[in-house]
Write a protein that binds this ligand. Sequence first.
Ligand code: HEC
Length: 180
Amino acid sequence: MRWMYQSRWSLAVASLALISALSAQHISSLTAADAVADPALERTRKQVRMLDDLYKTAVVLITEHYVDKDTDLPAGSAALALFDAMKKKGWHEVRLVDATGKPLTDSNAPKDAFEKGAIAAMKAGKPWHEEVTTKDGKKYLRAATPVPVVMKKCVMCHSHYADAKKDEAIGSLMYVLPVE
Ligand code: HEC
């Protein structure tokens, strides 16, 4: 039994390493000049990077340790409930959006011009896509990060992920945070 646990853990660790590599990539794409130009915007970007690591790590760990059959509650569905709670509490908005053209739920397809542009950027291998918008006189950062097929288990419920190339984005997390 022991080896089984070890191999499951090494898979989880490998998935986490992939996520960290993706995150490290987008950190390096932000220049120091940006931070000097607008410290509030840079703080907001940093908050997105922190949330992105938190949500992706949680989904991978839950899938790894609690999701064994296609009838189990998907970590993605649990994450949607979590996103909803964060929105209701007024912290931020985040959506799990499909990049394959075949979402399991239609409402997870990209919606507006920003989301469509972000999906095109993720498909082209970009680690980050952003836009600063203003609503009711308040500034918001919209940012998107890629979701690759991090583990074989994802294919259990999304069979078409088997066609995805290594590291190809099959989805994206799309954030909206106030710039404060
Ligand atoms: C147990 C089945 C199951 C597993 C395993 C699973 N998912 Fe999902 N996934 C779902 C369901 C169901 C939805 C739709 C959730 C909703 O909209 O309420 C979904 C939604 C998604 C979406 C949004 C697009 C769409 O198809 O609706 C993405 C992206 C996604 N999952 C990625 C992943 C990744 C990456 C993994 C592996 C870490 C994974 N899923 C593992 C069942 C699963």
